[in-house]
Design a protein around this ligand. Structure first.
Ligand code: F6R
Length: 270
């Protein structure tokens, strides 16, 4: 696992967008795993800018989102399909037929989950999976006690998640209590994982996920077992990490980040 602490939420989003753009440029037919939520807004708006200003090409890629609410159709403003269309898909040159989210309206939800796993497999697996972390420690909607071997399935949301996401709904009655989510095991099979977290309210869970013991009580801690996982944070989300100095040293000295460090310092100078 590598941990990168950027000075601000906007610099952290820049870095994540830079990583995704690099993946797309190197492998235009990449299979991307995507996430939704407040944290990802900055990443998608930068990717849209890169598409408009630099011609970043999405025409060859395929995408699989982590999750979708059970009971919300794609047209519902709070569905994750709607979020993705609004934030990214409708603003870049991606073929909507190559974008996948679980169908939370499926009559047979178990069959839908199996189908989603099969689709990922048929696409050749996910090259790069974008992740956020919830206040419960979830990745996707894998709530505490999710097995590290879990596959795509229906998960019940815990109170911390309901509280976190209630702001997007008109009231508690409108908020779904279940979602279809890729499993922790599904996520660990992706070839590369990039987790983005910003803000002080994520600091404790980030510290437990990165520096705490591996435990299904903090599903994000499973990323410690992944051989290519990068955790990108702003200073607030990284504020409870004991090893911050070590992470900074690694980032400053790793040749792979040199081009980004150069671009970021040019931006800062204006
Ligand atoms: C959503 C997802 C979730 C979010 C997490 C953080 O697709 O996978 O794990 O990434 O709940 O959400 P925000 O960014 O809204 O704090």
């Amino acid at each position: 696992m590598e941990v990168i602490i950027q000075p601000s939420a906007s610099a952290a989003a820049d870095l994540v967008a830079w990583i995704i753009a690099g993946q797309l440029r190197a492998h235009p037919r990449s299979v991307l795993g995507l996430a939704t939520g407040s944290t990802m807004g900055g990443v998608y708006s930068r990717l849209v800018d890169m598409h408009v200003e630099e011609g970043l090409d999405f025409s060859g890629c395929r995408t699989f989102n982590l999750d979708e609410y059970v009971g919300l159709p794609g047209e519902h403003p709070n569905s994750y399909r709607h979020y993705m269309n609004q934030h990214l898909f409708n603003k870049v040159n991606i073929d909507l037929r190559n974008t996948h989210l679980p169908n939370g309206m499926a009559k047979d939800l178990a069959a839908e989950c199996e189908k989603y796993e099969r689709l990922i497999e048929q696409a050749g697996g996910i090259d790069l999976q974008l992740l956020g972390i919830g206040r419960s420690g979830h990745i996707g909607f894998n709530e505490p006690l999710s097995s590290f071997n879990s596959r795509t399935r229906v998960e019940s949301l815990v109170p911390a998640t309901i509280e976190q996401n209630l702001q997007f709904f008109e009231g508690i009655e409108q908020m779904p209590r279940q979602a279809i989510t890729m499993g922790v095991g599904t996520i660990l099979e992706c070839r590369r994982c990039v987790l983005l977290a910003t803000g002080r309210d994520k600091a404790e869970m980030v510290a437990r996920a990165v520096e705490g013991p591996l435990t299904s009580m903090v599903p994000a801690s499973a990323l410690q077992m992944h051989s290519a996982s990068t955790v990108v944070l702003d200073a607030a989300a990284g504020s409870q990490l004991k090893g911050a100095q070590h992470y900074h040293w690694q980032f400053e000295n790793d040749a792979k980040w040199k081009a980004f460090r150069g671009a970021a310092s040019v931006d800062a100078r204006g």
